[in-house]
Design a protein around this ligand. Structure first.
Ligand code: SAM
Length: 236
């Protein structure tokens, strides 16, 4: 799976994505390329932005420059049609299901904005002609789309066969069945006088599974009533 990040800061990549399992599989199961938006600037100063029409603070990235950068990015996919994502606070809020939807394709192009964002006309053009989708990583605003892109890449790749040592792990985690995960414990069995719940030492797998499910339900009810409602709705 080829992931291409279209950004003004290509030097931020691969950054944290080279660590751990993702890093080990980089170059085999997945590959990462960057396209520098500035390389497509239409002036000798390599300026990519201009003031917003209508006034207001900040600068906006010009449509023609982003268009040329995206056109170059898509040309690297030959006969594959990659999913194209623009990271923006105005997008659909990201979660595991959105990640799985993105993975229906073999390739991924991620466009990162900066400043006040990107001229809407180029976003609309790529939505109409290349099914670009807009994704937000949450209800807050960052300086740029690069960290959101990394969040999206890491989340999506965890669902690709061959990335995790144990592929079952992704089905036994928070959100996999609309519940947060149960509490985890490891050795020593007693730490500063605090014991591990005795059921986990019992060797009785049925009881352990029951305890974990109850734990997961309890914590979800307390911390995420919205998720708990969803769980109840889907499991009645
Ligand atoms: N003016 C924009 C707004 O109010 O929606 C925010 C622009 S932000 C400072 C610059 C860039 O950071 C955006 O174009 C986007 O690529 C990225 N960004 C910031 N917050 C984000 C979020 N929550 N999710 C995804 N991308 C985000």
């Amino acid at each position: 799976m080829l992931v291409t990040v279209v950004t003004l800061f290509p030097e931020m990549f691969p950054g944290p994505l080279v660590y751990s399992l993702l890093g080990k599989k980089l170059g085999t199961i997945w590959d990462l390329k960057t396209v520098n938006i500035r390389d497509f600037a239409d002036n000798i100063w390599h300026k990519v932005d201009d003031t917003p029409y209508g006034g207001g603070a900040g600068m906006v990235i010009k449509p023609n420059i982003v268009h040329d950068a995206l056109t170059y990015a898509i040309s690297m996919y030959n006969d594959i049609t990659p999913t194209i994502v623009y990271m923006t606070p105005r997008g659909k809020v990201f979660n595991n299901n959105v990640a799985k939807g993105i993975l229906n394709n073999n390739g991924l192009i991620i466009l990162c904005g900066r400043y006040e964002g990107i001229d809407q006309r180029v976003i609309d053009f790529w939505k109409t002609n290349h099914n670009l989708i807009e994704i937000s990583i949450g209800d807050y605003v960052l300086f740029g789309g690069e960290i959101p892109a990394m969040v999206l890449i890491e989340t999506c790749l965890r669902f690709i066969p061959g990335i995790m040592h144990n592929p079952e792990s992704v089905n036994d985690e928070s959100f996999s069945i609309d519940l947060l995960e149960y509490s985890q414990y490891t050795k020593p069995a007693i730490w500063y006088g605090n014991s591990v719940p005795s059921v986990l030492l019992s060797g009785n797998h049925l009881e352990i599974a029951k305890w974990r499910t109850n734990q997961a339900k309890q914590i979800t009810k307390e911390v995420r009533p919205d998720l708990w409602e969803k769980y109840l709705k889907n499991n009645l």
